[in-house]
Design a protein around this ligand. Structure first.
Ligand code: GUN
Length: 290
């Protein structure tokens, strides 16, 4: 049986990061501006700490300035909103990212809406979501943007493809559906209440799995030759008593059916960081033009 092309997210992300670094140098030469990204982390969630560290290192590696604001878990919402107002007003800060999830006493929606849409490099502000939904060019959420780049690395024109997105989160499912619609796909968004999910996934030329359930999508759900983008990442116990990272797709089964497939790790994850840098550069260019 032919095995799927393994989509190398690591190397595609590396190339994008080099392009961003070149763009940073160009912006500095042309306008004397060095892009600055402020990352705000509230609390000590271990996974969030790793993500923030990775994002900050990548920012510096691209020649940008990285500012970290680490706040204790008990930080009042009002203090976080005050910090965001200050960052919104700083000319040397072009991008602001508040790492999610936030502690439960903080209203996430209020925080997202407090970020200046022009600095919203996560693309989560309702203004940017609205622009995305209306097909305008905007700061798009990073993981969804990365998924589309990976899909287009297999086939540059996605026009007319049947795309099935599994998951309807605000961070991935909904925005990736909008991006794929903008790429002229016929998009179905499936979720936990969807009836007969396997038969819906079997229709798809392009599957984006973003449910957060380890290896839920089985090989016999995949249409032969389909492109499969796996957004999930979970640590599960391995047979040898250690643990291993898996996605939402049963890789060993899907690899014998799909035409192309992202690995976990090394697929979507590195693209999220690269797209964050791309958005920061874009926000810095836009601010230097006004
Ligand atoms: N937590 C999980 N994914 C993301 C993301 O893309 N951005 C932010 N800010 N937090 C996250």
């Amino acid at each position: 049986m032919p095995r799927a092309l393994i989509i190398d997210g690591k190397s595609i992300a590396h190339r994008l990061r080099l392009e961003v670094a070149a763009g940073v140098a160009h912006l500095q030469r042309a306008r004397g501006v060095v892009p600055g990204l402020a990352v705000v982390l509230v609390g000590e969630d271990p996974a969030s700490q790793v993500y923030v560290r990775t994002k900050m290192k990548a920012t510096r590696d691209a020649g940008m300035i990285s500012l970290e604001h680490k706040l204790p878990a008990g930080t009042p919402e009002a203090s976080l909103l005050t910090l965001l107002a200050e960052l919104n007003g700083r000319a040397d800060v072009h991008g602001i990212l508040v790492q999610l999830p936030l502690p439960s006493h903080i209203d996430t929606r209020r925080v997202i809406e407090a970020v200046d849409p022009a600095k919203d490099v996560d693309g989560f502000h309702p203004i940017n979501i609205g622009r995305l939904a209306s097909g305008a060019c905007t700061l798009a959420p990073c993981t969804p943007a990365g998924c589309v780049i990976l899909a287009k690395s297999v086939r540059s024109d996605l026009t007319g493809l049947e795309a099935v997105v599994i998951g309807r989160s605000n961070i991935v499912g909904k925005p990736v559906a909008q991006l794929l619609l903008n790429e002229n796909c016929t998009v179905t968004v499936a979720h936990s209440r969807t009836r007969d999910l396997p038969s819906i996934v079997r229709r798809a030329d392009l599957v984006v799995a973003a449910v957060g359930r380890a290896e839920m999508v089985r090989g016999d759900w995949i249409k032969p030759g389909a492109t499969v983008i796996d957004v999930g990442i979970q640590r599960v116990p391995a047979a040898d008593g250690r643990s291993r990272l898996v996605g939402d797709v049963a890789f060993d089964e899907a690899v014998d059916v799909a035409g192309a497939l992202t690995p976990v790790p090394g697929g979507v994850g590195p693209m999220t960081v690269a797209c964050l840098l791309k958005n920061t550069l874009r926000a810095a260019w836009a601010s230097s033009q006004v």
